[in-house]
Design a protein around this ligand. Structure first.
Ligand code: SDX
Length: 423
C-alpha cells in the first residue's frame, strides 16, 4: 500500500524504494530514484514494468477481466456503442442523454476530410497495403489540420480528440475504396457514426446486423491499457509532437503481426491450414522451436486466460454468420476445431495460450465483406478512441519525455585508426 517501502541491497548498500498502491491489480515499486545510485532496472519488452499511471483500462490477465473506467467489457459490448465508450474513456463517466447527444453531434459534425487528402490517397498505388495508406493519410492530416495545439489546454485536446475520432472512419473508408479501385466517398450527414462508416466503404446503407457487428468490434478494440501501439502513441506524444503524428506512429506499431496485424494473419493461417485434417501438422509446427510459425490469434502478453473480447467475438461470429446465411462458413468451422484442439494441447495449456481478440474478428470482418488486408485498419478504427484518450490522459498528467536507458554491452573506448592502417 502507499507508504510501504521495498529495499534493494546491492554492493554493500541498501536502497529504499517507495511502493505505490494500485486501485486494482499490481502495486508498483517506484525505481525512478535508482539512477542516482548509478544503476538501472532491466526489463526487455517491459514484462514487469509500469510505464505510467492510468485510470482508463484495467486488465486482470489471470482472470480474463477487462474494465474501461470500471465498466466490464461484456456490458459495454452488449449495451453501449463506440461513441459512448469514447466519451467514457475521455471523460471518465458514462454520459447523460444530453451529454451524449452533444458529444455525438460534435463528432458527426467533423467527419469530413480536406479535399487535398483525397488527392494524397489517389496518388498512392491501388495495391498499397491499407495500413500503409492509413498511416500516410493520418500523417498527412498534419498538412491540412491545425497542428499548433496547446497540449496543456483541456478544451484544445478535447477538440482534436473529437476530430480524430470523427475523421478516422472517413480515412479508413478512403483507404478501402481506393484499394478496391472505387470512387472515394464522403460522409453522409444523415447517417450515424458506424453505419456511415459502412456506407462509405460499401456505397450502400448497411443492414442492421452488420452495423451491430461492426459496432461491437469497434467497442471491443477501443482500448487495452499500455499495449505496444498505445505505448508508441504515448512515447511519441511525450515529445510534444502533434497528435496526428503521434497517432500515425501508433498505426505503424499496430500493423505488426504480433500486434494488430494478427487478425489478417489469422485468416492467412486458416486459409493455409485449409482443412481440419491439417490441424495437427500446424499445431506441431507452432510447438517447434525451430519453426517460426506461431498460432496466430493465440497467446497474449497479459491474458493467461481466455481474452474476454475473444469470447464475445466468438459468440458474435455465430450470430453474424447465421444472419448472413453463411453459418456453414468453413473458416468458422476450421477456427472452432483449431481452437478446441489447441485448448486441450499440453503445449498451449502449460504456456497458458488462449485465443485473443484477433482470433475470431477476422472471420466476422470477412463475412461482412472487408478484405483481409484491411482487417488491421478496422482494429485501428476501434483503437483511435483508446489512443487519443491515453494521449489526452498523458498530457493532463505531469508530462515527462519518455527516454528509456540501456544495458550497454558494446566495446570500451578505443582510438580511431586511419583506413590505410587498418588490417
Ligand atoms: C494484440 O498487448 C495487448 O494488449 C495487445 C492487444 C491489444 O488489444 O492491443 O491485445 C492486441 O496484439 C493481441 C495479440 C495478437 N498477436 C497474435 O495473435 C500473434 C501470436 N501471438 C504471439 O506472437 C504471442 O503470444 C504474443 C506476441 C501475443 C505475446 O508474446 P509474449 O508475451 O512475448 O510471449 P512469449 O513470446 O514470451 O511466449 C511465451 C511462450 C514461448 O514459448 P517458450 O519460449 O516458453 O517455449 O509461448 C510461446 C512462445 O514461443 N507462444 C506461442 C504463441 N504465443 C506464445 N507458441 C505458439 N503460438 C503462439 N501464438
Amino acid at each position: 500500500m502507499n507508504g510501504e517501502t521495498a529495499s534493494l541491497r546491492i554492493r554493500g548498500s541498501e536502497i529504499s524504494l517507495g511502493v505505490r498502491a494500485a486501485t486494482l491489480g499490481q502495486d508498483v515499486v517506484d525505481v525512478s530514484s535508482l539512477v542516482a545510485n548509478d544503476i538501472f532496472t532491466f526489463d526487455p519488452g517491459f514484462v514487469s514494468t509500469a510505464a505510467c499511471t492510468s485510470a482508463l483500462t484495467y486488465i486482470d490477465g489471470d482472470a480474463g477481466v477487462l474494465l474501461h473506467r470500471g465498466y466490464k467489457i461484456e456490458d459495454l459490448a452488449a449495451q453501449s456503442n463506440q461513441l459512448e465508450v469514447a466519451y467514457l474513456l475521455l471523460t471518465g463517466e458514462l454520459p447523460t442523454a444530453l451529454e451524449f447527444d452533444a458529444f455525438r453531434r460534435a463528432v458527426l459534425a467533423c467527419r469530413d476530410l480536406p479535399a487535398g487528402l483525397y488527392d494524397v490517397c489517389r496518388a498512392l498505388p491501388k495495391d498499397t497495403h491499407p495500413m500503409a495508406m492509413l498511416n500516410t493519410l493520418c500523417a498527412a492530416l498534419s498538412a491540412f489540420e491545425e497542428i499548433d495545439i496547446d497540449m496543456q489546454d483541456e478544451s484544445a485536446r478535447r477538440e482534436v480528440a473529437i476530430k480524430l475520432i470523427a475523421k478516422m472512419p472517413t480515412l479508413v473508408a478512403m483507404a478501402l475504396r481506393h484499394q478496391a479501385g472505387k470512387n472515394l466517398t464522403e460522409p453522409d450527414a444523415k447517417l450515424d457514426y458506424t453505419d456511415n462508416f459502412l456506407a462509405m466503404v460499401f456505397g450502400e446503407t448497411p443492414v442492421p446486423v452488420v452495423v451491430d457487428a461492426m459496432e461491437r468490434i469497434l467497442v471491443l478494440h477501443a482500448d487495452h491499457e499500455q499495449n505496444a501501439s498505445t505505448s508508441t502513441v504515448r512515447l511519441a506524444g511525450s515529445t510534444g509532437t502533434n497528435p496526428y503524428a503521434a497517432i500515425s506512429a501508433g498505426i505503424a506499431a499496430l500493423w505488426g503481426p504480433s500486434h494488430g496485424g494478427a487478425n489478417e494473419a489469422v485468416l492467412e493461417m486458416l486459409e493455409e491450414i485449409g482443412d481440419i485434417q491439417h490441424i495437427e501438422t500446424f499445431l506441431a509446427r507452432a510447438q517447434d522451436a525451430n519453426d517460426a510459425f506461431k498460432l496466430m490469434g493465440f497467446g497474449h502478453r497479459v491474458y493467461k486466460n481466455y481474452d474476454p473480447r475473444a469470447a464475445i467475438l466468438r459468440t458474435s461470429c455465430h450470430e453474424v454468420l447465421e444472419s448472413l446465411d453463411s453459418a456453414g462458413n468453413p473458416l468458422l468451422r476450421l477456427a472452432q476445431a483449431l481452437e478446441a484442439r489447441a485448448l486441450e494441447d499440453d503445449y498451449f495449456i502449460r504456456r497458458k495460450l488462449f485465443p485473443n481478440v484477433d482470433f475470431y474478428s477476422g472471420i466476422i470482418l470477412r463475412a461482412i465483406g472487408i478484405p483481409s488486408s484491411a482487417f488491421t485498419t478496422i482494429f485501428a478504427l476501434g483503437r483511435i478512441v483508446g489512443w487519443i484518450a491515453q494521449w489526452n490522459e498523458m498530457h493532463r498528467e505531469n508530462l515527462k519525455i519518455g527516454r528509456p536507458r540501456q544495458l550497454y554491452l558494446g566495446p570500451g573506448p578505443r582510438s580511431f585508426v586511419a583506413m590505410p592502417d587498418r588490417a
